[in-house]
Design a protein around this ligand. Structure first.
Ligand SMILES: Nc1ncnc2c1ncn2[C@@H]1O[C@H](COP(=O)(O)OP(=O)(O)O)[C@@H](O)[C@H]1O
Ligand SMILES: [Mg+2]
Length: 576
């Protein structure tokens, strides 16, 4: 992404605030004008007070000076506040936009992007971007204007000296450009390394139980400290550039000043110029020099911000791979059948996970899916809510291709309970009502009851208001699973997917939840990936998947008589 494009996109972010921006700019013009006035005032100060000993000016000038500083201070404050507000507003909107954009992405995006990386984009990169926006507009423009006004002052005083003092401006530009490039390069590396540090943080903290169980604290510590060391080296590289740049600018400024004193002094001695003009001139040049130094200093911030902006924009440029089509229809309430026709699927377009799948699930059926682990059962069920797009063939619900209906209307009709329970660090009631925020207390209770969760919930000190910790760590696996089941019951969707939904339950509670699930399945269409005989016996039909293909199909008794794959599985897995 070129600088021009990044700046243009940053500019577009500021565009909605252009009136505020205009005000800020007017304030900046006032500040810059008053700074130039201050420099210009040195001339009457010296000539009238010191040489002509004029007492009228002696009473006037101090008051004028106070007034000048007060007015300048006010506009300076106004300018900074307005620009800070614009910067912060842009950043607030940007954070929300990036967050929303992340959640627009399909599941495969989350499979390939580490969490820490995303967190560091939203938190730290956007922070750096704010730095760039604020310093570009706060610092750079004000400094630039100030420089221009001061130039007008010095040229009106003595154009030959003014030209001379400009000699060092191009000299100052060289290090500014050189160091700018270096800062940009180092900043990109720094931000990548920050993301890696936050990835290790995230992984090792969420994996704390395993870290402890395998006593890998020291390993994690080393992994972390070597990344932190890398980040340290990068930071120090940046610091070195900064430490060289600043004195270099001082020296360049010093040379410029020396030239002015030499030539200007000669003019005064020769009688071509008054001492007042000379000192006013020197003051102006000193004041021009300040913004130039300022530019070189904030250049680091700007380069860092631009590097961050590139990272944030490129995240925003990633189109979600699964989207609702523009002319998509609403999927009407499910009534007839789900049809999978000649379906093929792979996660990374080489090794096929599912092949040649032909399957019709009529409404109201309970279909059990069995097969060895890794055969593609979960993958098959995850295609129905369109978590991934199929490669070949089609998937129709009531004769509508799922790619032709809105994602929302499709996913509303499907409730899923998986083996991995996903819960939030919130109250039990909010976890159950997740996705059904408008449910009544009565409905919530009866869903919990149907999932056989009411018993343990009521024994908790705060009942439904108990906060269950990150991912529900304060609950047992079985309790967590029952909350997920309650959540699915509450969603009340016509299509139900149970992916080893009762795998973390003990036999006793499984039997109870099984009853709940049977009630749940009654008026629904259910695809159940089963690992227990009781579930399978309940099914209307069983399909056996092996190596991504449907190899057998029928009822339990049919399949047993065939002495095929099912019988082998039955003998190994399903004997109660
Ligand atoms: N997100 C993924 N990316 C790439 N490959 C995957 C992904 N999820 C599963 N797989 C692969 O797809 C195959 C089928 O997995 P899965 O459907 O989970 O099996 P099952 O549920 O039958 O145990 C496995 O070989 C697995 O390695
Ligand atoms: Mg599975």
């Amino acid at each position: 992404m070129s600088n021009k494009i990044v700046l243009k996109r940053l500019y577009n972010l500021i565009l909605p605030y252009r009136y505020k921006f205009l005000f800020a700019m007017i304030a900046a013009v006032v500040v810059a004008g008053l700074s130039a006035t201050q420099a210009w005032m040195v001339k009457p100060l010296l000539d009238k007070i010191f040489f002509e000993k004029n007492s009228y000016y002696l009473t006037l000038l101090p008051f004028a000076l106070i007034a000048l500083f007060a007015v300048k201070g006010f506009f300076y404050g106004l300018n900074s506040y307005l620009l800070e507000k614009i910067g912060q507003t842009v950043i607030r909107d940007m954070r929300t936009r990036v967050f929303d954009h992340i959640h627009q992405q399909s599941l495969s995006f989350f499979h390939k992007t580490p969490t820490g990386e995303l967190i560091s984009r939203v938190i730290s990169d956007i922070n750096y971007m704010q730095g760039a926006i604020s310093s570009v507009v706060v610092g750079l423009l004000r400094d630039l204007l100030q420089g221009i006004f001061l130039l007008i002052v010095i040229f009106s005083m003595n154009w030959r000296l003014a030209l001379l003092s400009l000699v060092f401006i191009p000299a100052a530009a060289v290090p500014i450009i050189y160091f700018g490039k270096a800062f940009r390069r180092v900043s990109t590396r720094m931000q990548e390394e920050t993301a890696e540090v936050s990835n290790i943080m995230h992984e090792s903290i969420t994996g704390a139980p395993v870290v402890k169980a395998f006593t890998m604290e020291q390993f994690e510590s080393q992994r972390f400290s070597s990344k932190v060391q890398q980040l340290f080296n990068t930071m120090m590289e940046k610091a070195r550039y900064r430490c060289v740049q600043h004195p270099l600018m001082e020296v360049i400024g010093g040379i410029g000043m020396a030239l002015i004193i030499w030539f200007g002094g000669r003019e005064v001695i020769a009688g071509n110029s008054t001492p007042g003009t000379f000192f006013a001139f020197l003051a102006s040049v000193l004041m021009i020099y300040e913004p130039i130094k300022g530019v070189s200093k904030i250049n680091a911030t700007i380069q860092q911000g631009l590097a961050a902006a590139v990272r944030v924009f490129s995240l925003l440029d990633q189109e979600p791979s699964i989207l609702t089509k523009e002319d998509a229809l609403e999927l009407p309430p499910f009534q007839r059948e789900i049809v999978l026709k000649d379906l093929e699927f792979s996660y990374d377009s080489n090794a096929h996970v599912l092949k040649n799948i032909n399957l019709t699930v009529p409404a109201g059926e309970i279909l059990a899916i069995v097969g060895p682990s890794g055969s593609g059962k979960s993958t098959l069920t995850s295609l129905i809510p369109r978590f991934f797009d199929i490669e070949k063939g089609s998937l129709l619900i009531d004769d509508l291709d799922i790619r032709d209906v809105t994602l929302e209307s499709l996913r509303k009709q499907i409730a899923i309970v998986t083996q991995q329970t996903i819960l939030f660090n919130d109250t039990i009631s909010n976890n159950i009502a997740y996705g059904s925020p408008e449910c009544s207390e009565e409905e919530l209770r009866s869903a919990a009851d149907a999932a056989h969760a009411l018993g343990f919930i009521e024994e908790l000190p705060d009942g439904f208001e108990t906060i269950i910790g990150e991912s529900g760590v304060k609950l047992s696996g079985g309790e967590r699973q029952r909350l997920s089941i309650a959540r699915a019951i509450l969603k009340n969707a016509p299509i139900l997917v149970l992916d080893e939904a009762t795998s973390s339950l003990d036999t006793e509670s499984e039997r109870e939840v099984q009853k709940a699930l049977e009630n749940l399945m009654k008026d629904r269409t259910t695809l159940v990936i089963a690992h227990r005989l009781s579930t399978i016996k309940n099914a209307d039909r069983i399909i056996v998947i092996k190596d991504g293909m449907i190899v057998e199909e029928g009822t339990h008794d049919d399949l047993l008589q065939r002495n095929g794959e099912y019988e082998t599985l039955y003998n190994m897995q399903f004997q109660d």
